[in-house]
Design a protein around this ligand. Structure first.
Ligand SMILES: [Zn+2]
Length: 725
């Protein structure tokens, strides 16, 4: 059961890739159970718990009200605990069926409710759902501990595990058994009673801290606005983004000819690129960079200090040198040394490249007559100028060819050519927001494969970034169930006369999340807890990132990148320019990402007791140690590093690059044959996408590629293999 390995093991209530809304692995001892005295009448009438009498069994969003979530979640916890108690108390000798498979089936009501709740709370939150999330986080972690630290239950799991060689289990069954057993051990099942009690306290505090971190961040992000009242300060900002900023100003009650920019990336990034007003760029840049670090009520520094200390203590309880050692032992990388080995190969050439880029920006800024060195708030602005001068490429001139619907159709077309999938829009299914689109997805033979929700536009009720989650995961055990997947984005909403025109980078994001969706939709395994994106953190970004490769191929661009007004395909001249500039600014992108990766590891390599002091100073020291240049800050600074303090990526942010080694090498397999080579695509589907987490990542990769991945394609792609620039 994902309920088991998903909710309980990875504590992943929501499954996704890049920006995933996982809760901190957490638990709590004190409060649960007793106060779950929900009125039974309420429960009976609660649409979350009733049978979902909808097409394909999609959640009845039209019937669900905010106040339904908390009682349904609490009832789900009750039922899960009762089911698990029954398994633990079974008088029969423990078997694979009555213990491991029984656990796989347990918690299905909770899984159904929590999948919907956490998806909605990420994409369409409000005060009520935020309050529910806050209340339920410690209760869920308490439930998790009640299960994993249940002695009788572990005795049974362990007994089955000890007999594993004589049980005549299939490969996937064996995997389920060993993963389940490992889940118990990694959750503290082997600890003495005193340590177990301390573990529960730690988990509980981590769960609520992580929740608070995310809330503070949302407040800090929404709090700020940059009001611009001089048209000249917008520079060459494209018309649709100007209109969007004007609408934002109106929405916020400014009755003037003015524009508002926010700290959400679709708003701040274009402003930083286009505004010639250096002071305003500095203002919004610093507001972004200081989130969670303003010494106010929403400051996240104390939470960071506390979480790092608690994680180190937990690692020590578990017998590991650090939190990083603990986390990595359950990932493809296995040890921090292997992660550093990868990072250190890329860091030096990346930093050298970024310095070269800086010199080019400085030249451009000097030419503008500005007597200062390039600063962080200048980087994007002058990058665009250099890009234009060097390649004649104006990123924004591309937008008309990347209307969001066209990009979506491009992703669908690629899935059709690779795997034979087809997509049919459904307007009759309930959604959580009117902007959401729903598609039924069919396999090659025309049979139903999955339901796919796509929620495109930025709004205040949505967390930042882009992500995928499964409202229902594929499985065969206990009756075949097809997946229900969501993709979520923060693209600019359409305005009066313009549809949503997204950037080239956003188009890559679309293909990326769609790659996660394919992993979820093409999953073909027996057990839910091993299906879809239930894979290690450093593997999960492989199927998503590999899809980005197709997006950038000229052949694919010609298929979908058409002018939204004229329908003209993107001019060859633009494609040539894009190909020529593919490695442009890769130094910055790599350094910015890797700086955050090192920061994550620096925090989590500390042994117990981990006392970091002031996170601001800790972060500065960590960045000095790798020689980061001051014009670039980590992609996420400590105060807003939600991946590691509000989601499940602690010690795992490196996973994007680890996955990229595989994605770059895997795409080579297509380049060596052809972009849509049927044989390679079939192998990729069979050995990677269909497998979910039912085999170790490297085994799957080797089955697909015939060998382990090489780092060379990644270095080449990023312009770091020799003298590429
Ligand atoms: Zn991802």
């Amino acid at each position: 059961m994902k309920h088991f390995l998903g909710i309980l093991l990875a504590s992943g209530l929501v499954l996704a890739g890049c920006e995933q809304a996982n809760q901190e692995t957490g638990a709590d001892a004190s409060e649960t159970g007793s106060e779950i005295a929900a009125d039974k009448d309420d429960i009976a009438g609660n649409p979350l718990l009733a049978k979902w009498d909808t097409p394909f069994g999609v959640p009845p969003f039209d019937l669900i009200e905010d106040e339904h979530y908390l009682p349904a979640l609490r009832e789900g916890i009750e039922r899960t605990l009762a089911e698990v108690d029954e398994i633990a108390a079974n008088p029969d000798a423990p078997t694979f069926a009555n213990t491991i498979e029984a656990l796989e089936s347990a918690g299905s009501d909770l899984s159904r409710v929590s999948s919907v709740f956490f998806a909605v709370n990420s994409a369409n939150t409000n005060d009520s759902t935020r309050e529910t999330a806050k209340l339920i986080a410690p209760e869920l972690s308490a439930m998790r501990d009640a299960i994993f630290l249940n002695k009788e239950l572990f005795v049974r799991v362990n007994a089955v595990y000890e007999q594993r060689e004589s049980l005549d289990l299939g490969a996937e069954q064996m995997r389920l058994l060993s993963e389940s057993h490992k889940g118990f051990v990694r959750s503290g099942a082997n600890l003495d009673e005193k340590s177990k009690e301390r573990l529960k306290e730690i988990n509980s505090e981590l769960a609520s801290s992580s929740q608070q971190f995310g809330e503070n961040l949302l407040d800090e992000t929404n709090e700020f606005e940059l009001l611009v009242s001089d048209r000249a300060d917008l520079g060459g900002l494209p018309g649709n983004l100007v209109a969007l900023a004007a609408e934002e100003a109106k929405r916020r009650g400014h009755d003037c000819e003015c524009w508002v920019f926010t700290l959400q990336r679709p708003s701040i990034n274009p402003f930083l690129e286009y505004s010639p007003n250096r002071e305003l760029r500095k203002k919004i840049y610093l507001a972004y960079a200081m989130r969670g670090d303003n010494d106010n009520d929403a400051d996240n520094k104390e939470i960071v200090v506390r979480m790092v200390a608690l994680r180190a203590e937990r690692a020590q309880l578990m017998g590991y040198a650090s939190h990083a050692h603990f986390v990595l032992s359950d990932n493809m990388a296995e040890t921090p040394e292997r992660v550093y080995e990868l990072l250190d190969q890329v860091w030096k050439p990346a930093l050298a490249l970024a310095k070269k880029e800086r010199a080019a920006l400085q030249k451009m800024m000097d030419a503008d007559g500005i007597a200062d060195q390039v600063r962080g708030w200048d980087w994007r602005h002058y990058t665009e100028k250099v890009r234009k001068a060097r390649y004649g490429l104006d990123q924004e001139a591309l937008r008309p060819y990347f209307e969001v619907g066209a990009v979506r159709d491009g992703a669908f077309a690629v899935a059709n050519k690779l795997f034979g999938l087809t997509f049919e829009k459904r307007d009759d299914l309930p959604t959580w927001h009117p902007d959401q689109e729903v598609f039924e997805v069919f396999d090659t033979d025309g049979s139903h494969l999955a339901i796919l929700y796509m929620d495109w536009f930025a709004r205040e009720s949505k967390r930042g970034g882009a992500w995928m989650n499964a409202l229902r995961s594929q499985r065969k055990f206990g009756g075949e169930v097809s997946p229900i997947i969501t993709n979520n984005f923060n693209f600019p909403a359409p305005t009066g006369d313009s549809p949503s025109l997204i950037s080239y980078g956003d188009a890559g994001t679309t293909f990326h999340e769609f790659g996660h969706a394919l992993n979820g939709m093409l999953s073909d395994v027996t057990y839910e807890s091993l299906s879809g994106t239930n894979t290690p953190r450093d593997f999960v970004e492989f199927p998503s990132q590999v899809m980005e490769n197709w997006m950038g191929e000229p052949e694919v661009l010609r298929m979908f990148a058409k002018h939204y007004k004229t329908g003209e395909p993107i001019p060859q001249e633009f494609i040539d320019k894009m190909v020529a500039s593919a490695k442009f600014n890769q130094g910055f992108a790599t350094v910015e990402y890797m700086a955050a990766t090192y920061l994550d590891l620096n925090y989590h390599m500390l042994g117990y007791p981990a006392e970091i002091g002031d996170p601001r100073e800790f972060e500065n020291a960590a960045m000095d140690a790798i020689g980061l240049i001051e014009e670039i800050i980590p992609r996420y600074r400590s105060g807003y590093f939600a991946h590691i303090f509000a989601a499940g990526y602690s010690s795992g942010y490196y996973g994007y690059m680890w996955s990229e080694v595989m994605d770059a090498d895997a795409f080579q397999a297509f380049k060596e044959t052809s972009l849509f080579d049927p044989e390679t695509a079939a192998k990729y589907r069979k050995h990677i996408l269909a497998k979910g987490g039912s085999e170790p990542g490297m085994d799957m990769y080797v089955a697909f590629r015939g060998r382990e991945p090489s780092i060379q394609p990644l270095l080449e792609r990023r312009g770091m293999a020799g003298n590429d620039e």
